[in-house]
Design a binder for this molecule. Structure first.
Ligand code: NDP
Ligand code: A1CAB
Length: 269
């Protein structure tokens, strides 16, 4: 099996590194083209993968092809590679903008297309990828795609209409978590802790809290209450966040994120 990347920036590299570290594929099986030579050289040096001089050369060799450019390049790069696409290949979109129907039309229905929303924690093997596909995709191909994405994280198959919300919940949410965590790091720095200490304290606690939410069969409210000792310190912070409407702020941000996803789709379909 050969895997191609057309474009390989933040998200493409997260998938590429996730795949390599999971050992499901070897560097010799990966073929990449990006716009700039500088980026191609950097990726070659970092991962010892095959670098090609055109998108066409990548597509000609790959069985599975990640379109990892920004959405404004999708139409152009598909034009460049269309003549080498056939039923033996699978094209994977990772962008909000294009529906399966539009992607199918762009590739002249010559190849399988899968629509995904991955996230950047794939880089460290803790990704979360939403996948939508046409019913016509055969089981073997679908299982292979699921296996690839599962090698660096979790996978959720959803109907296409659910992708905009899924993207806010898992594609974009790492950015919101980083912003939240940045406030803790800044607080540690301002109060005598080093950067390393502050990062360790908050990142370990957030990993622990994530594990509690995903493994303990409690409502999240119970987990919050279990930290708030009666008459203790935490309740003061929780009350302050609630008085400042943290949950409403987050929901408003999610609404705006989803709205933009839908606008991006409207622009291209
Ligand atoms: N970042 C994220 O968290 C997530 C991103 N996505 C989606 O992933 C896609 C990529 O985003 P992201 O990785 O952040 O973007 P980046 O800007 O980091 O990467 C874009 C890549 O595309 C390459 N590129 C640009 N033009 C061409 C071209 N004509 N041919 C080949 N390669 C080209 C760039 O090359 P070069 O580096 O040489 O300039 C770069 O490697 C987007 O569609 C985004 O919606 C989805 C989920 C999460
Ligand atoms: O910001 C974006 O458009 C992409 C989609 C999900 C995360 N990043």
């Amino acid at each position: 099996m050969k895997i191609g990347f057309i474009g390989c920036g933040n998200m493409g590299e997260a998938i590429l590194k996730g795949l390599l570290e999971s050992n499901v594929v070897d560097a010799s099986q990966i073929f990449v083209h990006t716009k700039t030579e500088q980026r191609r050289e950097a990726l070659k040096k970092r991962y010892q993968i095959n670098i090609e001089n055109s998108n066409h050369l990548v597509a000609a060799q790959a069985d599975i092809l990640f379109l990892a450019t920004k959405p404004d390049r999708y139409e152009q790069v598909i034009q460049e590679i269309k003549d080498v696409l056939d039923q033996s290949k699978t094209v994977i979109s990772i962008t909000p903008s294009f529906t399966l129907k539009t992607l199918g039309a762009l590739v002249d229905h010559k190849t399988n297309v899968i629509r995904t929303i991955p996230n950047t924690p794939s880089l460290v093997g803790l990704g979360m990828t939403g996948i939508s596909h046409e019913e016509t995709v055969d089981k073997k191909t679908l299982n292979l795609i699921i296996e690839l994405f599962s090698s660096f994280g979790e996978v959720m198959i959803v109907s296409e209409d659910k992708l905009p919300i899924l993207s806010s919940l898992s594609g974009s949410s790492p950015a919101f978590s980083y912003l939240f965590m940045k406030a803790f790091v800044d607080y540690g720095l301002a109060n005598g802790f080093t950067l390393e200490e502050s990062v360790k304290l908050i990142s370990t606690s957030v990993v622990g809290a994530s594990q509690m939410v995903s493994t303990q069969n409690f409502p999240i409210e119970t987990l919050i209450n279990n930290v708030c000792s009666k008459g203790g310190s935490t309740i003061e912070g929780v009350n302050s966040l609630q008085e400042n409407h943290l949950e409403n702020l987050v929901k408003e941000a999610l609404d705006k994120t989803t709205k933009r996803f839908l606008e991006m789709m409207k622009e291209k379909n």
